[in-house]
Write a protein that binds this ligand. Structure first.
Ligand code: AFP
Length: 313
């Protein structure tokens, strides 16, 4: 696929881009449908009254009504789509059958990641993984596309269907237009995002962070996974870490709903994602709520993280 020129970029909408890229018809429709659903979720965020719903999700966290609405909106879209077989969301404890069983795709979602940031008006996002096989057959590597939508000052959508990672911006006419095509991270960046409390970090992780500090990396951490990853992608490099902690050996973030879709997008942009030893995309999930430490971003920093983590202190 040839790169689209700077002059015509703002006139290329998502559907045309995917068609030019030669993405298979049903996958194109599905990505389009999810991008459109992002507009409905954004409308919900705007009308949100920010009150707690008063119930808890499977991780025993307080759940904002907004998480629940975003989840319901996504599920209802897939229910009638004709090309989604299964839907699995961070907000629900089980895989939901939304199709007849013969549809091609299964979808995972973190419907509204970082929802606790909504009342502060920081950016939040939706993270999506698209799988070719049933999610219940969790032993296979099945991710064929991933995307996220950011709800910030602008609404943006980043997707990859295995042919590079591309960014679109929702314009005033309500169309997603191409803003960055085939985004490629530099070998090395200059920002770092640090999850978890310093007092809970393991010594080898601390050594890695001290290395970045000596090298003059700038701290950039919003507390929202989507905008934090988006910053690394759009600034062409850096590293996001949410490590194993003294009291939480698997860290905080969820493999299926958050980490693998982001790893897919960053890998397609020439970056890497690891838990310190294994490639995040190669980890076989054993349960829906499986978590994992993560080091994700440009190659230099992620390789360095692996080097530090392999040293026993
Ligand atoms: P919530 O969905 O509970 O708001 O958590 C957000 C998040 O999952 C992710 O978006 C952040 O990267 C991470 O948690 C931040 O965690 P800390 O609050 O421990 O820094």
């Amino acid at each position: 696929m040839e790169n689209i020129s700077d002059a015509t970029r703002g006139f290329v909408d998502l559907r045309r881009h995917m068609w030019i890229a030669g993405i298979e018809t049903e996958l194109r429709r599905l990505i389009w449908q999810i991008a459109v659903t992002g507009k409905y979720i954004s409308a919900k965020i705007h009308e949100s009254n920010r009150k707690l719903a008063g119930f808890r999700n499977i991780y025993d966290e307080e759940q904002l009504a907004l998480d629940r609405s975003a989840d319901e909106i996504l599920q209802s879209q897939f229910q009638f789509s004709g090309f989604v077989r299964e839907y699995s969301s961070e907000e629900q404890s089980e895989i939901i059958q939304v199709g007849k069983g013969n549809e091609q795709y299964s979808v995972t979602a973190d419907p509204l990641d970082g929802s606790s940031l909504v009342d502060t008006n920081l950016a939040v996002g939706t993270i999506i993984g698209i799988h070719k096989e049933p999610l219940s057959e969790g032993d296979k590597k099945t991710l064929v596309a991933a995307m996220y939508i950011t709800y910030g000052p602008l609404i943006t959508m980043v997707y990859s269907a295995g042919k590079g990672t591309h960014e679109f911006v929702l314009n005033r006419e309500g169309e997603y237009v191409l803003s960055e095509e085939r985004i490629m991270l530099n070998e090395r960046g200059s920002i770092y995002s640090l999850g978890g409390l310093r007092k809970d970090w393991l010594p080898e992780h601390l050594k890695f962070i001290e290395f970045l500090e000596r090298e003059g990396y700038k701290l950039r951490y919003s507390g929202g996974f989507v905008p934090d990853i988006n910053q690394i992608l759009i600034k062409r490099g850096g590293v996001f870490t949410y490590p194993a902690l003294k009291n939480k050996s698997m860290g905080k973030l969820r493999l299926i709903f958050e980490l693998q879709p982001m790893a897919f997008l960053i890998t397609q942009a020439g970056g890497m994602a690891t838990n310190g030893k294994e490639d995040i995309l190669l980890i076989k999930p054993e349960s829906l709520d499986q978590r994992s430490p993560i080091y994700i971003g440009s190659r230099f920093e992620v390789e360095k993280a692996k080097e530090f983590l392999s040293k026993t202190l």
